[in-house]
Each structure stands twice: as C-alpha cells, then as structure tokens.
Design a protein around this ligand. Structure first.
Ligand SMILES: [Zn+2]
Length: 264
C-alpha cells in the first residue's frame, strides 16, 4: 500500500534537517520500507539543500538565531499543511533557503558591526601608543637639551637668592642657543595648586617683567625647568625672578619675588 502523498511536502525540510520529530520519524519509517520514489525525491531535495548551502557565505550564525528561524520555517510548514494551500505557494524548501540566507545576512551584518568596533578600538589604541611615543620623544629631546645646557661651557650660570633665609638657593644656566635650565632642591611646594613662575626682568629702564613658564616642585622639593625658547635675549635681560602665582601662571607678577638672580 502506497501512502507517499502525505510526504510530498516534507522532502525539502527533511533534507535541510528542519522537520520536527514526528514528521521526520514517519518519513524515515516510510523510507525504511524501501520506497524508491520517495528515496529518489529525498535525494533530489538533498541536492537542492547542498546548493542552497553554497549560496550562503561561510559563516557560523549563533545556534539560538538559527533555531528561531528554523522554528518559523516549521510553523510555516505546519500552517501550510493545516490550510492545505494550493501547490503554487512558495515551497517549503525555499522558505528554508530564505531562512538560511537571512541567518547568514544577519550574521554578516552583526559581524561587520563587530569588526568596525574592533577596528575603531585598534585605531584608538594605535593613536594612544603614537601619542605616548611622541611624549616620550619630547621628554627625551628635553632631557638631551637640558644636559647640553648644563654641560656646555658657553652656558652662563645664574644664582638666584631669596630674601627668606629659610629658602634654598636656586640655580639657572642660560645658553644663548639652547635656552634656560632652572633647577632647585628642597624647595617647599606652594599651597594648594599654586605654582612658581619664572620672569625675565628686562634691562630697559621701566621695562615690565616678561612672563615665562611655571612649575611645581616634586614631593622631594626637586624640579628641573627647561625654557627652550626664552621670551627675551640674554643680552637684553637684567635678571631672572620667581614669584608664586595661581595655577596656569599670570601675565604680570601678583606677589613679590621669592627669588631673584642677576644675569651678568
Ligand atoms: Zn513513498
């Protein structure tokens, strides 16, 4: 007795592995009876299924997504059987193919998004590394310049004294080509985030102090301040002075000088 008709709509889903257990077992049992017609149909459906797999990019969609789409395919298959749709409706195997392509497309889009994020992250990391390298290079350049100024016999030594007998003396070396290096030890840090600021006092009578860089001593009271491009020539400068100023420094001194040293 032939009951092949009930399997006609199941071959493609069977080949795609999308059949639910009762249908699958029924078809397997039928195939086990040795029905050549149905075996041939299953063979054809497998051929189509493998062609469909070739259409989809090599991707590994998540099992959850795949499971959900396959469930949609199965619901579609059940309702199409329940309402006994005419033969002209989209065959089940095509739904499965659409689902497979949809899975691949969703996965590709998700993957591309993830890749974009990873590239952005890599770009940021590379930028940070370059920035860090640039900072290290700048520090190295500064250190070289400081050393050159300190050892060059052409540098002029300037001793800075304080009216406060408790304050340690400071020393500057000014090289007309390389700049000024100001060093100090055991210098008490200004209160809060206030800073010490260097000023160049011009020889011009009545000339206003010219603002230069600011600094804060480290925890041990040490500092090395490099002024690569002093705002005035040594020949036009009468003295160096240091005052305490608010963070960022001032355009004109707001406190009396803590240290002063004549440029000879
Ligand atoms: Zn059969």
């Amino acid at each position: 007795m032939k009951n092949c008709d009930q399997f006609h709509e199941l071959f493609e889903a069977f080949a795609l592995g999308a059949l639910d257990a009762p249908d699958r077992e029924a078809l397997e049992a039928h195939l086990a009876t040795g029905c050549l017609d149905c075996a041939k149909s299953v063979e054809e459906a497998r051929g189509l299924a493998s062609q469909l797999r070739y259409l989809a990019p090599e991707a590994a969609p998540s099992d959850m997504l795949k499971g959900r789409l396959m469930q949609i395919v199965r619901v579609e298959a059940q309702s199409s059987r329940r309402f006994a749709k005419p033969k002209s409706t989209i065959p089940l195997w095509m739904w499965a193919g659409v689902a497979a392509l949809l899975v691949a497309t969703v996965y590709s889009a998700w993957n591309a998004q993830r890749l974009t994020r990873e590239i952005q992250h890599a770009d940021q990391t590379a930028a940070a590394i370059l920035q860090h390298r640039h900072e290290l290079e700048t520090q190295l350049e500064d250190a070289k310049r400081e050393a050159s100024i300190l050892v060059d016999p052409a540098s002029v030594k300037i001793a800075l004294a304080s009216p406060d007998p408790q304050a340690p003396p400071l020393e500057a070396k000014w090289n007309s080509k390389l700049g000024i290096v100001l060093t100090g030890q055991k210098v008490p840090a200004p209160a809060g985030d206030r800073v010490l600021q260097l000023w160049l006092i011009p020889k011009t009578p009545g000339g206003k102090p010219i603002p230069s860089l600011t600094l804060r001593p480290d925890a041990d009271g040490k500092f090395v301040l490099l002024v690569s491009n002093p705002p005035e020539l040594m020949a036009a400068t009468k003295a160096l002075a240091i005052t305490e100023e608010p963070p960022g420094g001032s355009l004109a001194p707001t406190t009396p000088p803590l240290w002063v040293g004549g440029v000879s």
